[in-house]
Design a protein. Structure first.
Length: 633
């Protein structure tokens, strides 16, 4: 029986997938992943990649390998930034098309294209819309490079888990030039198509018979030899090379894609032929490694296989592995609907690009408005109890924060899809109320939310901030003034008064406080005015710098005979002094909700003061400013 077997009848895709599915399940079948597939794995999303890795661990544990040579080549590409350069090159090509296409095609759409054809202005509008959408999409795709390091790290972690403990790479390198040259002369696979392949960074003007040292012309051959040695060591009876290399120095070539299953055709029309390994590879594997079967598998056919056998387990992976065709509009109504969809997509893409550029997590919904009149109404309605969905959402946020999962990963457009600015204000108010009541986990949730307000889309951040500020300053049921304003994140909220998203919320709360019978010592103000604070000492005291008075504007905050121990300064500071002015002022700001950042009296901060045993702060709930003016007390 002949050692060399050349296939005669092409295999259809259904039979191929069925046969490979059965083969991969056999414990003596080993899978070897090459550099081209690892590079493709780096480009796809984390979820898609992890689905594939999880499937391999579940179904092929101990039988999946990245040969050392493939790992080495991947590392070279990682260091040189090959994928990032590829993205740059491809997006530049798109930019070039966008810039020139309309000018190039405009002369051909100057009149109706055939009898009864549509107005050429419609075609021109469609073309502009399409190019605009393409331009916006390319702008967004360019941002992928920011996440490259994350993707590369995940792939490298996978490589480190499945590289063999021993390798024959160095044995092959000793005479690879002579071996490779001989094989290439006879077109013996793999790799002879790489005969003139240069190494990255080499001079491109070298003549073909003087390929520079360091070129990668023998890379496939080293990989293949390492695979054969490893397969023999582990007793593999079959091996599958997972590669996106489609050159016919791996594949048999001279085939067509007419035998593609109709189900796969329905997903996309343009399929490569079913992978068939070069017969010389199959023969070499038998002679050198006693391997009875060699198969090739690329990302598209791997996606088809997993779609067949794993279903929803690998849905994301299949979706990126099999890039489906766009469906064509069936009629004029569908065409117009598709055009509207494309225009909407272009608008969304433009807004998304703007959001990404400004660092927002997502886009504002159109139902979330940000206006003074709208926020005055939202402040009024936020007195009502939060609905069940809002309560459940807050419970979910708190549980995730307790589990150390940040809100920036949880708050998405889908989560907030039914929340307008009024519901968001109510949500923020309820969250802050829970933090005030000391419900476990909600103070941490508040901290997390306030810390990402500047990353939320501005209208969403504005509505949430309104709710948080309202809870700090106003009684929920009546919107009467709280005395004193209270918040576990008071200084954080006050620090954000001047943010663009905060202005209408600050206005609504400050207006309500001004309309009430009395207001707190400090009213929210987006202009962040300086707060005038004065510290005075007792002039005839036997001790130096004995504190007598602390005033904010004209309002005195100290009493010389505080009966409540918890408000006495000696108890608060566990000492009668000396205490520096900054420490005393910080305590006053905390008790009376004064923004510490707006106090600017360095001379007071550094001065030390002594205390009497009874001097203390007035009760914070007693400090209020009536409509007619400051309290004379």
């Amino acid at each position: 029986m002949s050692t060399l077997k050349i296939p005669i009848t092409p295999e259809d895709s259904a039979a191929f997938i069925q046969r490979l599915t059965a083969l991969i399940r056999v414990q003596s079948t080993h899978l070897y992943i090459d550099t081209s597939f690892l590079m493709w794995m780096t480009k796809i999303g984390s979820d898609s990649r992890q689905e594939f890795i999880d499937w391999l661990k579940k179904n092929c544990a101990g039988r999946v390998h990245v040969p050392i040579w493939a790992a080495h080549e991947y590392l070279k590409h990682h260091v040189y930034g090959t994928i990032e350069d590829e993205l740059t090159e491809k997006t530049k090509r798109v930019d070039s098309i966008v810039k020139s296409a309309y000018t190039d095609l405009r002369p051909f759409i100057d009149e109706p294209l055939g009898k009864g054809a549509e107005d050429p202005s419609t075609i021109r509008a469609e073309l502009r819309t399409t190019l605009s959408t393409l331009d916006h999409s390319a702008s967004k795709i360019k941002l992928w490079h920011k996440s490259y390091q994350k993707h590369a790290s995940e792939v490298i972690s996978f490589i480190n888990e499945v590289t063999p403990e021993q390798t024959s790479v160095y044995d092959h390198l000793e005479n690879i030039t002579q071996t490779g040259a001989g094989r290439f002369i006879g077109s013996i696979p793999p790799g002879y198509k790489d005969q003139w392949k240069k190494g990255r960074g080499q001079q491109s003007q070298e003549s073909k018979d003087e390929v520079p040292a360091g070129s990668n012309q023998y890379g496939d051959l080293v990989f293949w030899k390492e695979v054969l040695v490893h397969a023999k060591c582990v007793g593999a009876e079959a091996l599958v090379v997972v590669t996106n290399d489609r050159k016919n120095d791996w594949h048999m070539g001279r085939s067509d894609n007419t035998n593609i299953d109709p189900t796969l055709r329905s997903l996309k029309k343009d399929w490569e032929p079913v992978p068939r390994p070069h017969p010389m590879l199959v023969m070499e594997a038998k002679l050198v490694a006693k391997v009875g079967q060699v198969e090739l598998m690329d990302s598209a056919y791997l996606g088809a296989l997993l779609w067949e056998v794993a279903g929803d387990e690998v849905k994301a992976f299949v979706n990126v592995a099999i890039i489906t065709d766009s469906s064509e509009p069936a009629n004029e109504s569908d065409r117009r609907a598709k055009l509207l969809e494309e225009r909407t997509a272009a608008d969304t893409a433009a807004a998304s690009a703007s959001a990404d550029e400004q660092g927002y997590l997502f886009l504002d919904s159109s139902q979330v408005q940000n206006s003074r009149t709208g926020f005055l109404r939202a402040l009024l309605e936020s007195r009502n109890p939060t609905d069940e969905r809002g309560k459940a959402l807050l419970d979910e946020w708190c549980a995730n924060v307790k589990a150390k999962y940040p809100l920036s990963k949880i708050i998405t457009p889908e989560v907030l899809d039914e929340f307008d600015h009024k519901k968001l204000a109510s949500l923020g108010r309820e969250l802050h109320d829970r933090g005030l009541r000391g419900i476990p986990g909600y103070e941490e949730t508040l901290d997390d939310l306030v810390s990402i307000l500047n990353r939320l889309p501005p209208n969403t951040a504005a509505a949430l901030y309104l709710g948080l500020l309202a809870s700090m300053y106003l009684v929920r049921e009546s919107n009467a003034s709280c005395f004193p304003p209270s918040s576990p994140v008071a200084q954080l909220l006050l620090d954000r008064q001047s943010a663009d998203y905060a202005r209408n919320g600050v206005y609504a709360v400050a207006k309500r406080l001004s309309d009430n019978e009395a207001a707190p010592l400090y009213l929210p103000n987006s202009d962040c005015p300086r707060v005038a604070i004065a510290l005075d000492i007792e002039p005839h005291s036997p001790t130096s710098n004995q504190l007598r008075s602390l005033r904010v504007g004209e309002v005195e905050l100290l009493t010389l005979a505080q009966q409540k121990e918890s408000l006495r300064l000696s108890a608060l500071f566990d000492s009668v002094g000396p205490i520096d002015g900054k420490t005393i002022i910080e305590k006053a700001c905390a008790l009376f909700a004064i923004p510490m950042a707006q106090v600017n009296h360095e001379n007071l901060f550094k001065q030390d003061y002594t205390l009497t045993a009874m001097i203390g702060f007035k009760r914070p709930e007693d400090i209020r400013i009536p409509k007619e003016g400051p309290d004379d007390d």
